[in-house]
Design a protein around this ligand. Structure first.
Ligand code: TXA
Ligand code: MG
Length: 334
C-alpha cells in the first residue's frame, strides 16, 4: 500500500552486508553506471556516478524524483571537493570544521566541474559533502570519483534510516543495497549555501548553533520563495517533501480516539489511553536520539492505518529545528 509507484522493472536488487566484498561490488556497479544504496551517517543514500548522465537519469527514474531537484555530490576528501566547486574563505572554514560530517555546502561550480548537468539540474551551483560514515567513504574511495546520492527512498516518502526501509521503497529498481545497519544521525545533512553571506537552506543533522559558532555570525534565512515548486532554491524545501500517507497532527496536547501517538520526552499528554499505538522518540527528551528515531517511527506508525499521527510538541533548539522542519513537511501531506 505504501508505494504509490509500483513498477516491475525485472531488475534484481541484491543486498550485501557492509564489508570489503560489498565495497568492491558497489564500486564496480557504480563504474558500470549502476545504482547502489549505502548508509551514510545521516540517512541511506542512493548512489550513482556523478559524471555519468545516463546513470543519473536512471537514478531519478528509480526514485520517481522530479528532474528539477538537484543532487548532492559525495566525495572522499577536500581535494576532490575543490575540483568540483569554488570555495571562498567562509566555505573553507565550514568544510574544515565539519567535514567529514552531516553538512552539505552549495557552492559555485568549478570551471571544469565533473558533475553532470543533469545532477545539478542545470544550476550553476553544486551541492557537495564528505560523509562521515565508514561504509560510504570506503565505497566512494574504491569507486575513485564523486558519487551523487539523494536519500534512498521513493520521492516524497520519508528518508530511509535502515537497509529494510530502502528495500521497501526501491527493491526491483536499483542494483544493490549495502546493509550497514541503522544510521546514527537519522535526519539529512544541514545544507548551507555559501555565496556572499552563508544561508541555511535546509536544517539538518548539524545544528545552526554549531555552524554559527564557526562563522562567528548568524546564518541568513533562505529567500521567501524557497517553497515555490517551480523555482526551488533547495527543492528539498518543497512543502510536501517528507510525507507519510497518514495525516500528521502537530503540537498535540491530547490524543483523539483512533490516532497513533508520536510522543517525546517524559511529558504527559491528555487522553493518552486513546492512542491506538504510541512510540516515544526519546523518553528522556534527548533530541539526538529523537532525530535518529524520527523517520523509522513515522514509517512504522504510518503502517498502522490510524486516523492520524498525533505528534507531541518538540523543542525548537539544537536538532529540534531539523526535527520540527521534517514534521511540518510531513504534516502538509501529499
Ligand atoms: O544527508 C543527506 O544530505 C542525504 C545523504 C544521502 O547524503 N542526502 C540527501 O539528498 O538528503 P536529497 O537529494 O534527498 O536532498 C538534497 C537536497 C535537495 O533538497 C536539493 O534540492 C538540494 O539538496 N540541492 C542540491 N543541489 C542544490 C543546489 N545546487 N542548490 C540548492 N539546493 C540544492
Ligand atoms: Mg530526500
Amino acid at each position: 500500500m505504501r508505494n504509490l509507484v509500483t513498477v516491475d522493472t525485472g531488475l534484481k536488487t541484491h543486498v550485501l552486508p557492509a564489508g570489503a566484498a560489498a565495497t568492491a561490488t558497489a564500486a564496480g556497479i557504480l563504474a558500470e553506471g549502476g545504482l547502489v544504496a549505502f548508509p551514510t551517517e545521516t540517512v541511506y543514500g542512493l548512489g550513482a556516478d556523478a559524471g555519468n548522465a545516463p546513470a543519473i537519469a536512471r537514478l531519478y527514474q528509480a526514485k520517481g524524483r522530479p528532474a528539477f531537484n538537484p543532487l548532492i555530490a559525495h566525495v572522499a576528501d577536500l581535494g576532490a571537493a575543490r575540483r568540483i566547486a569554488l570555495f571562498d574563505g567562509q566555505a573553507l572554514r565550514l568544510a574544515e570544521a565539519f567535514w567529514p560530517g552531516p553538512l552539505t555546502l552549495v557552492l559555485p561550480k568549478a570551471l571544469s566541474c565533473p558533475v553532470a548537468e543533469l545532477a545539478t539540474a542545470g544550476l550553476d551551483t553544486v551541492a557537495i559533502r564528505i560523509p562521515a560514515h565508514k561504509v560510504a567513504r570506503d565505497i566512494i574511495k574504491a569507486f575513485g570519483g564523486a558519487v551523487v546520492a539523494p536519500s534512498a527512498n521513493l520521492s516524497g516518502h520519508v528518508s530511509p534510516t535502515t537497509a529494510e526501509h530502502v528495500n521497501g521503497d526501491l527493491a526491483g529498481r536499483i542494483d544493490l543495497i549495502v546493509d550497514g545497519g541503522p544510521v546514527e544521525v537519522g535526519v539529512e545533512s544541514t545544507i548551507v549555501g555559501c555565496f556572499s553571506d552563508p544561508v541555511l537552506l535546509r536544517p539538518g543533522g548539524l545544528t545552526r548553533a554549531e555552524i554559527e559558532r564557526v562563522l562567528g555570525h548568524p546564518l541568513q534565512s533562505p529567500p521567501q520563495d524557497a517553497e515555490n515548486d517551480s523555482q526551488p532554491i533547495a527543492p528539498g524545501m518543497l512543502a510536501s517533501h517528507y510525507a507519510p500517507r497518514t495525516p500528521v497532527r502537530l503540537n498535540a496536547s491530547d490524543v483523539h480516539i483512533g490516532e497513533a501517538l508520536l510522543s517525546f520526552g517524559p511529558a504527559k499528554v491528555a487522553r493518552r489511553e486513546c492512542a491506538s499505538v504510541e512510540m516515544n522518540l526519546s523518553t528522556r527528551g534527548d533530541l539526538a536520539e529523537a532525530a535518529a528515531n524520527l523517520f523509522g517511527y513515522l514509517r512504522t506508525l504510518d503502517k498502522r492505518n490510524a486516523d492520524a499521527i498525533a505528534v507531541m510538541p518538540i523543542p525548537e533548539d539544537g536538532l529540534g529545528e531539523a526535527i520540527n522542519d521534517r514534521l511540518r513537511r510531513a504534516a502538509v501531506g501529499r
